[in-house]
Design a protein around this ligand. Structure first.
Ligand SMILES: Nc1nc2c(ncn2[C@@H]2O[C@H](COP(=O)(O)OP(=O)(O)OP(=O)(O)O)[C@@H](O)[C@H]2O)c(=O)[nH]1
Ligand SMILES: [Mg+2]
Length: 163
């Protein structure tokens, strides 16, 4: 909760997005003012006139059924984590296993959404690869910066094409 899913979609889609945020009634879980209670939705216009539809899941665990529904219609998934957190490897592994349990070949990428050193990134990636028994591509981006999110989407698109 609060990693920046809604912010990322807003950065990418601007006015071509609708969020489902409401005031956060659970300040014990997070101090953030608003939280998503449905599926955020945004559109990115691609070269050649095609559109990429982007959905953001709610972060609260009680809405995990929405995540399941979104996964069932996804062609690829970006999992966002703060890899500085002590439990980030377990959390990322849990989300990726959920994705792969829905579709074994689902293109999946990690977005490290908070500033992180190269050493910490290496540690995180090595530990996650060991835990999952396979590597998962990871990139770092500031979700508040449109140019960084467009670069991230560009890399993610190449996974969609090659898998
Ligand atoms: N300080 C700091 N804040 C950041 C950074 N990246 C994102 N944020 C802020 O973190 C907050 C993320 O909020 P949301 O985009 O609502 O997060 P979310 O994942 O949609 O949250 P839920 O829907 O509640 O799960 C925003 O206020 C961002 O501006 C960062 O690198 N540093
Ligand atoms: Mg949100």
């Amino acid at each position: 909760m609060g990693i920046g899913k809604t912010t990322a979609i807003r950065s990418l889609c601007g006015d071509l997005m609708v969020d489902c945020d409401v005031p956060n009634m659970d300040p014990s879980s997070s101090a953030k003012k608003n939280t998503t209670v449905g599926a955020d939705f945004g559109v990115v216009e691609l070269d050649g006139g095609e559109q990429l539809h982007i959905y953001g899941s709610p972060g609260q665990d009680r809405f995990d059924f929405v995540r399941g529904w979104l996964l069932s219609m996804s062609i690829g998934v970006i999992v966002m984590v703060d890899a500085n957190q002590p439990d980030s490897v377990q959390i990322a592994a849990q989300y990726i296993r959920t994705v792969l349990s829905v579709a074994e070949t689902m293109p999946c990428m990690l977005l490290l959404a908070r500033p992180i050193s190269a050493e910490a990134t290496d540690r995180f990636s090595s530990a996650l690869t060991k835990m999952l028994g396979m590597p998962v591509p990871a990139i770092t981006a500031d979700v508040r910066e449109k140019s960084q999110m467009l670069d991230a989407l560009d890399i993610f698109s190449s996974l969609l094409v090659t898998t």
